[in-house]
Design a protein around this ligand. Structure first.
Ligand code: GRG
Length: 303
């Protein structure tokens, strides 16, 4: 199955499950439920669930058995986008081709919608996925909290905000590549790493985690390099977001290295990822192909 088909297959399952779980969850305040459903239902490529499914399948599992875990990752990713778009952060009006959550529901409810998605992700991960051994579910929850938490995505976001307007700030030029790597490694790669590591952990093949992590880290960095490139080159309509990096004077692969070098770096990360994947000895070599296709998609995507 090629990457586009794999993404469609994952999105279809995840979209239905997320909509029905959130719509039927008891005791949720009606406006809050609407705000949560709005962002979760606004589309998105569903790359992280697809990566989790592909990783789990490579280790012999059936994607349908970890649907709730895949939804959990997407809920956390969606919360991060809702909060990232807030006026206190990137102050964006458009996300996934629609007005951002705070534009529709107001800032306070957008913050709460993000809080609800973040917390409920763990509820779904730990109470669902009943076919998975409890110790594997726990390991997956540990991975998710670590990668999404203060030592992971949240610190990436903090560093991203700190580096805004980097040209006017007195950050030594020598420090910028390290800072950029830190931002992208955490803001973006951590959730991509979480997705594939969780697929591996849910299968119980804990020994394979280090290799999957190294592969996923390179895919994450490639994905972000391409994101920075698309922010300046892509059709905003297709992208579904406003392309606010230059408005916010962000430190990105493009602002630091220029477009051509950023493209070369994306290619290099993709090549390194595939080399690592080829060296992974555990798992089904045929099923491994889906992960390869998704890594190539991260490089070649246009949205
Ligand atoms: C607010 C704690 C907190 C974190 C925010 C996700 C994030 C961190 C910021 C969003 C801005 C950004 C460029 C993040 C890097 C990750 C990224 C490229 C997100 C967009 O992911 P896609 O392209 O989005 O997979 P869709 O909409 O397809 O799901």
């Amino acid at each position: 199955m090629n990457a586009i088909k794999y993404l469609e297959f994952s999105a279809d399952r995840v979209n239905k499950r997320l909509a029905s779980w959130l719509a039927s969850k008891p005791f949720v305040h009606p406006e809050l439920r609407k705000a949560m459903l709005y962002s979760v239902g606004a589309g998105g490529k569903r790359l992280r669930p697809a990566l989790m499914f592909a990783s789990y399948e490579m280790f012999g599992g059936r994607a349908a058995d970890i649907l709730d875990a895949a939804c959990a990752v997407e809920m956390i990713h969606t919360y991060s986008l809702v909060h990232d778009d807030l006026p206190a952060m990137d102050d964006d009006d458009l996300r996934r081709g629609k007005p951002t959550n705070h534009k529709v529901f107001g800032e306070a409810l957008a913050i709460l919608a993000g809080d609800g998605l973040l917390t409920d992700a763990f509820s779904l991960l730990l109470s669902g996925n009943k076919k998975i051994r409890p110790e594997n579910r726990l390991k997956a929850a540990e991975i998710l909290s670590f990668r999404a938490g203060a030592a992971g995505m949240v610190s990436g976001q903090a560093a991203d905000l700190e580096a805004e307007n980097f040209q006017a700030m007195k950050i030594s030029r020598k420090k910028l590549p390290g800072l950029l790597n830190y931002i992208h490694r955490h803001k973006t790669a951590d959730m991509i790493m979480a997705s594939m590591e969780m697929g591996c952990a849910l299968s119980g093949r804990f020994k394979c985690l280090p290799k999957i992590s190294s592969f996923a880290e390179k895919v994450g960095l490639c994905f972000q390099a391409v994101d920075d490139i698309l922010d300046v080159t892509a059709d905003k309509k297709k992208l579904g977001k406003s392309g606010s990096d230059s408005k916010n004077k962000k430190l990105t692969f493009v602002s630091l290295y220029g477009l051509e070098k950023a493209k070369k770096m994306a290619d290099k990360y993709a090549a390194e990822a595939l080399e690592i994947l080829d060296s992974v000895k555990c798992g089904d070599p045929v099923k491994k192909r889906a992960l390869r296709e998704l890594a190539v998609f991260s490089l070649r995507r246009d949205r």
